[in-house]
Design a protein around this ligand. Structure first.
Ligand SMILES: Cc1cc2nc3c(=O)[nH]c(=O)nc-3n(C[C@H](O)[C@H](O)[C@H](O)COP(=O)(O)OP(=O)(O)OC[C@H]3O[C@@H](n4cnc5c(N)ncnc54)[C@H](O)[C@@H]3O)c2cc1C
Length: 219
């Protein structure tokens, strides 16, 4: 944001509902509060969802449909006190019963929990169409087995379901890249570049987008 000139206006909370095209080129976007014309449109949502915003060639839509996504279940637990099991900075990957990633997040920044208390998070991979409620229960059982006695410390429980990376790197999975078959329409985000993960992957996708846009004299 700091790199943007002052003339740039950022609108949040404004969902793009349609990408407007003319003669096979993007010419703007439509939102619930009106339409905007644009010389270039950069789409940062799920590439898999792009066909719901703009008409695309069948072959490209097919490719987008094989983007592999992973859904995660994170269990956030607010503990009434600091447990010795979580007396560290870092994270642990456990793999017995059901692989998960555990992190005592308030050890990084005590402001995240009330004084003397602790916030810990456990992230699991949700697979297939298993019932979410039974998966939540299974996660709680596994946490209780891994950290016996944690139950009596729990003051707050919050379940969070996300797709933390927009595309998973898998053998048959597809990554969209930054160019689209529609002129003036580009893609960015973690389903457009395979390198690294998380925010670093998102950053790589921006660098690649800038390269592609320079090649096409858009920057
Ligand atoms: C709980 C959690 C913890 C994480 N922790 C880490 C971490 O510690 N380190 C790390 O590297 N990564 C972490 N990640 C992953 C990281 O946040 C993501 O990989 C990264 O943010 C993905 O970037 P992106 O640009 O691809 O997508 P996003 O960050 O999801 O950005 C896409 C943007 O497009 C907007 N958008 C989508 N559709 C539309 C539309 N139709 N109209 C208007 N706007 C739209 C969305 O609102 C959003 O702002 C974490 C993710 C989660 C969920």
């Amino acid at each position: 944001m700091y790199s943007l000139p002052e003339s740039v206006e950022i609108r949040t909370g404004t969902r793009v509902e349609k990408i407007l095209t003319q003669d096979g080129k993007a010419v703007g976007v439509a939102t619930e509060s009106g339409s905007f014309t644009a010389g270039t449109v950069v789409y940062s949502g799920f590439a898999r969802s792009l066909p719901s915003l703009v008409s695309l060639p069948h072959e490209y839509t097919e490719k987008l449909s094989i983007i592999d996504q992973t859904t995660s279940l994170t269990v956030w637990l607010g503990l009434s006190g600091k447990m010795k099991e979580f007396d560290y900075i870092g994270s642990e990957v456990w793999f017995k019963d059901w692989a998960y990633w555990a992190m005592p997040i308030s050890n990084y920044d005590p402001c995240i929990a009330p004084k003397g208390k602790q916030l810990v998070g456990f992230t699991f991979v949700l697979k297939g169409k298993n019932n979410l409620e039974s998966e939540k229960k299974r996660a709680m059982d596994i946490i209780e087995r891994a950290v016996p006695g944690i139950g009596k410390y729990i003051e707050m429980t919050h379940f969070q379901v996300t797709i933390p990376e927009k595309a998973a790197v898998t053998i048959k999975g597809y990554f969209a890249g930054q160019r689209s078959p529609i002129g003036n329409l580009y893609l960015v985000g973690t389903d457009t570049d395979k390198r690294s993960m998380g925010v670093t992957r998102a950053a790589y996708s921006v660098l690649e987008l800038m390269k592609v846009m320079r090649e096409e004299n858009k920057l």
